[in-house]
Write a protein that binds this ligand. Structure first.
Ligand code: GCU
Length: 331
């Protein structure tokens, strides 16, 4: 009886961390940690999360087991970030947009048209600027581990093809739960509605919103292209994503295990970037075959989109002027 009670106690949840008695080997303990991901199972970020879990388990000889919960089973991104802060969830990968609501400096890294192309963004994130921003979440009880790719975001809607800035006028566009993204849509003359990712499909279907914005893989995997077929390749933002661990979980780990986790995170991020590149092409082909009507902006119209974003640089770049200049100067 005593033994049963002890086992039950040992299995009880301590924050988000479950300690289970190891099977046999000198009473060693297995630490079971939870990883939240809001994308589906076959998505690049989720596949990278599985790889991360595998590496951690292997390299800790099974002392740490990471369970991946995909498809927003543990909540939407905003709620998951909060749960990480108080240790109810151990790991996640989130888009910078909701994270920047907690850690304001991150707004800088998602300013519209900040990066010339993906290579430019990776030079920034893989360099000292990226390291500084990764560290910046520590004041929010979070530990940044690595950067994931999420490509460029583009607008899509169910009302009309967009070929000019004027075409954006009055469209009801879903945005991530981020003040900056609300301001961005407003600056383009459209009407923003913040909404969790998982609610967008029904929002489009019922006409609560006319459109949204995202990258190719998200547009495809959510089936948004079926209910909002006009997609304009305006590439207004590149919103990177951060893989993180709760600072409370981090503190429970030995220096050796922290090192294993950091290295596994970097390796999984590398894998995510490779999977991402392949998925972008496949998703683009799939939505086009599925009836998406893709338009492009002329150079002059793209410039108008870019010019309309100037107020965001003023508001979200205030105090970060030299960092923005450094980013822009990276060749
Ligand atoms: C991308 C991103 C998600 C995010 C989503 C959104 O798909 O990878 O993490 O939730 O955009 O628009 O909310």
């Amino acid at each position: 009886m005593k033994k049963i009670i002890f086992t039950l106690l040992a299995l009880s949840v301590l924050g988000g961390t479950v300690f289970a008695s190891g099977s046999g080997d000198k009473g060693s303990k297995t630490m079971v940690l939870r990883y939240a991901e809001n994308q589906p199972q076959d998505y690049p970020t989720t596949q990278a999360a599985y790889k991360f879990a595998e590496l951690v388990e292997q390299r800790t000889d099974g002392r740490i087991k990471v369970e991946v919960y995909y498809g927003a089973q543990l909540g939407d991104e905003k709620s998951v970030i909060e749960q990480l802060q108080f240790g109810a969830i151990d790991f996640t990968r989130v888009s910078l947009s909701p994270l920047a609501e907690f850690s304001k400096a991150l707004n800088v890294l998602q300013l519209p048209y900040l990066y010339r192309d993906p290579e430019h963004m990776w030079k920034v994130l893989d360099g000292s600027i990226g390291d500084t921003f990764l560290k910046s979440v520590e004041s929010n009880n979070l530990i940044g581990l690595s950067w994931f790719d999420a490509g460029a975001r583009n607008f899509y809607n169910s009302v009309r093809p967009v070929t000019s800035l004027a075409d954006m006028k009055g469209l009801k566009i879903r945005v991530q739960e981020s003040q900056q993204m609300m301001d961005m849509v407003q600056a383009l003359g459209a009407n923003p509605t913040p909404m969790a990712y998982g609610e967008v499909y029904s929002g489009l279907q019922t006409g609560v919103i006319d459109g949204a914005e995202n990258n190719w893989p998200s547009y495809e995997s959510t089936s948004h292209f079926e209910v909002a077929k006009y997609f304009v390749l305006d590439e207004h933002t590149r919103v990177p994503e951060m893989q993180m661990i709760s600072a409370l979980t981090w503190k429970k780990l030995s220096a050796e295990d922290q090192k294993i986790i950091r290295e596994a995170a970097l390796e999984s991020a590398k894998i995510e970037r490779e999977l991402w590149a392949a998925k972008e092409n496949a998703s683009e082909a799939k939505v086009k075959a599925g009836g998406a009507v893709v338009t492009e902006l002329s150079a002059a119209e793209k410039q108008k989109f870019q010019d309309a974003m100037a107020p965001l640089y003023k508001k979200y770049g205030a105090g970060y002027e030299s960092v923005i200049a450094d980013i822009q100067a990276i060749k």
